[in-house]
Design a protein around this ligand. Sequence first.
Ligand SMILES: [Zn+2]
Length: 75
Amino acid sequence: MSLKLCKECKKEVSSKAKTCPSCGAPVKTGGTATSIARIILMVLAILLLLPALFIGGPFGLLVPAILFIMALCLK
Ligand SMILES: [Zn+2]
């Protein structure tokens, strides 16, 4: 269990709460699974970026770029 900051009132809210107890705003419940998936995608992107730079070419950079974008899109 962890605490998150409410986007509306900036108070600490339990990550298990669906709404903020202070202001009632919905709390985004980005689960642990998505944050782990994001870290894995980020690491993969960085790992693929190095050989891509050596091989060169726009296609080599495309794969890590897509992984990076996917990681950013995860919520
Ligand atoms: Zn709030």
